[in-house]
Design a binder for this molecule. Structure first.
Ligand SMILES: Nc1nc2c(ncn2[C@@H]2O[C@H](COP(=O)(O)OP(=O)(O)OP(=O)(O)O)[C@@H](O)[C@H]2O)c(=O)[nH]1
Ligand SMILES: [Zn+2]
Length: 312
């Protein structure tokens, strides 16, 4: 009997997994043992990028993942809009970067806030990468940029302003990467691939994959992939993410994942204030005073009665 070896999962297609062996650093292609499909689990993928696993590879045979080591954290989304199943995007993530753009395309605030809440809930620090800053020269877009920076910086998030095409602000992003496993996410078209190429031109990622995953009406499951970076650390690219469903977060917990709202909650008149209709609500008071961004409060309300919120 071959003894188990340990490895990191760097790619998965749903039936095949690419591992990087801890001892040799070699890449190995494996399948998974059937009983790893967790009982009662509603996730579509039992083994994910970032997982630490044990595997066996008998001489001349295909390798088999035999065990998933406990996950430090993971980030998850709905498998598809109507599905009750969830899809784990990546596990054991040190930090996440959400790429956003205010123009061509304009990233929806609710999308950003859902991402932030999901990451807060799993205690994954997020940095926002405001890309395409070269495009925000008009008055209207400059105002949008100022507003964006104000809302998210005052909520406590780090925001890096950059332009992937003009190569500005790239270094501030790059210096956060060494030695860490970083997830890079964002809607289609915000510039993730351009940005990855700007930090490391040797990473020729998903050329030609874009049109396949963005064709409308087609249900395409796309899988994350992990890239070793020249300066150390890994970057996880997450193509084709359209939205995040909150999983296992109760209504009365949601507010605590909005740091800019939650800081007012202790001053609410009722200890169980939902900040929707109660008198003496300090959160709504702060909103009226312009201390909380309206879009943030609206995201909070949407997440409260989110019919897409489902349980694992
Ligand atoms: N003006 C400007 N355009 C940019 C910038 N970054 C990316 N773009 C352009 O935006 C378009 C989309 O960029 P991609 O890098 O393919 O976006 P993506 O996020 O990887 O998109 P998906 O692969 O669909 O997830 C391309 O035409 C890029 O040239 C930027 O900083 N400024
Ligand atoms: Zn309140």
């Amino acid at each position: 009997m071959e003894s188990a070896r340990s490895a990191l999962v760097i790619k998965s297609t749903g039936s095949w997994y690419t591992l990087r062996d801890d001892a040799s650093g070699q890449t190995v292609t494996c399948r998974i043992r059937g009983n790893l499909r967790l009982k009662g689990s509603r996730t579509t993928n039992p083994v994910v990028v970032g997982d630490r696993v044990e595997y066996e590879q008998p001489e001349g045979a295909t390798g088999v993942v035999t065990k998933i080591l406990p996950r430090r954290n993971y980030i998850i989304r709905r498998a598809s809009n109507l599905s009750k199943e969830s899809h784990i995007i990546a596990a054991n993530v040190d930090q996440a970067f959400l790429v956003v753009s205010l123009f061509l395309p304009s990233t929806n605030c609710e999308f950003i806030d859902r991402f932030l809440v999901t990451a807060e809930a799993y205690r994954i620090p997020v940095t926002l990468l405001l890309n395409k800053c070269d495009l925000y020269a008009t008055d209207a877009l400059q105002d949008a940029q100022t507003e964006f920076l104000k809302i998210y910086r005052s909520a406590g998030y780090e925001v890096i302003e950059l332009s992937a095409t003009q190569q500005t602000g790239i270094d501030a992003f790059k210096k956060m990467l060494p030695g860490k496993t970083s997830l890079l996410s964002g809607n289609s078209g915000v510039g993730k691939s351009t940005l990855i190429r700007a930090i490391d031109p040797s990473l020729d990622i998903r050329i030609g994959a874009v049109s396949a995953s963005s064709s409308k009406g087609k249900h395409t499951t796309t899988f994350s992939e992990m890239y070793p970076l020249a300066g150390g650390g890994y970057l996880i690219d997450t193509p084709g993410i359209k939205g995040f469903g909150l999983i296992d977060i109760e209504n009365d917990e949601i507010c605590r994942y909005f740091p800019d709202l939650f800081r007012y909650a202790p001053r609410c008149g009722y200890y169980n204030c939902t900040h929707t209709h109660e008198p003496a609500c300090a959160v709504r008071e702060a909103l009226r005073a312009g201390e909380i961004g309206l879009s943030r409060y609206e995201s909070y309300l949407k997440l409260l009665d989110d019919d897409q919120k489902y349980r694992k």
